[in-house]
Design a protein around this ligand. Structure first.
Ligand code: ADP
Ligand code: MG
Length: 245
């Protein structure tokens, strides 16, 4: 039977064709991987393609790098986030609990004033951002940083569940970036999201090869192969070696 859901094209060359044409609209998926595997790049590419090619505004929530640094890195790929943000096609939110002030690193009280439940606070911030630009896509970089603020596994899982549910109720297609070092430890976001995509870099002789694996994608036919990815001048590209003669 053919699928009846609305497909959201990621706009990442080679990715849509291994997931039956796109992500399920309104669902949250996790993109997991170690540092340098391409998570942030994938998230930004998804948002810039949405804003530029599919008329889908997007919100980028950063809990790790600062916005100026991200915008600057994007210029290397030819993505002008200054233009996209000025046109309200993209909204970039700095949700880091600690920010660099002129003299020192200070706690950002506007976000975490007496905050006991960071998930709840962040969820409210995200929902108001979505409304502001009528966003259809959202990327959180990273969900791991948020989880670190909890010492209790139960509250982490409940907080994540609430966040995912709120995003799905709003109908936005979300990518939650997740930092994974030890693949034998499965993080809680893998359980609550509707999909998991893993990024890796492995040694291949004397070079490093990046790859992508669609581990879970509820209700979507997808490739079971581990595909090499190329991180080039225009961003990420998923390669299909089996399809080439
Ligand atoms: N213009 C570029 N061309 C090719 N590779 C790049 C370029 N810019 C960054 N990279 C590589 O991509 C990596 C960054 O990927 P990133 O998306 O930040 O990974 P992650 O978020 O998983 O840590 C860098 O460490 C670098 O190796
Ligand atoms: Mg990153």
């Amino acid at each position: 039977m053919s699928a009846t859901y609305v497909k959201v094209k990621t706009g990442i060359p080679g990715l849509d064709s291994i997931i039956s044409g796109g992500l399920k609209q309104g669902r949250s998926i996790v993109v997991s991987g170690p540092p340098g595997s391409g998570k942030t790049t994938l998230g930004l590419q998804f948002l810039q393609a949405g804003a530029k090619d599919f008329d889908e505004p997007g919100v980028f929530i950063t809990l790790s790098q600062n916005i100026e640094e991200i915008k600057n890195d994007c210029k290397m790929y030819g993505w002008d986030f200054d233009v996209l943000t000025s046109k309200d096609k993209i909204l970039m939110i700095d949700a880091r609990p600690f920010k660099l002030t002129d003299q020192s690193i200070g706690k950002d009280d506007s976000l975490y004033r007496g905050e006991q439940i960071p998930f709840e606070h962040l969820t409210k911030l995200i929902l108001s951002s979505i409304k502001r630009i009528e966003a259809k896509r959202i990327v959180i970089d990273s969900i791991t940083v948020l989880e670190m603020q909890y010492s209790d596994d139960f509250y982490t899982r409940q907080g994540l569940q609430g966040l995912v549910q709120a995003l799905e109720n709003y109908g936005v297609t979300s990518i939650l970036l997740s930092e994974v070092i030890d693949e034998s430890h499965i993080p809680p976001e893998w359980f609550v999201s509707s999909g998991v995509i893993q990024l890796r870099h492995t040694r291949k002789q004397d070079t490093m090869e990046r790859s992508i694996q669609v581990t879970k994608l509820r209700g979507v036919r997808h490739s079971d192969h581990i595909h090499p990815i190329n991180l080039g001048e225009e961003g990420l590209q998923v390669m299909h070696p089996r399809l080439t003669p």
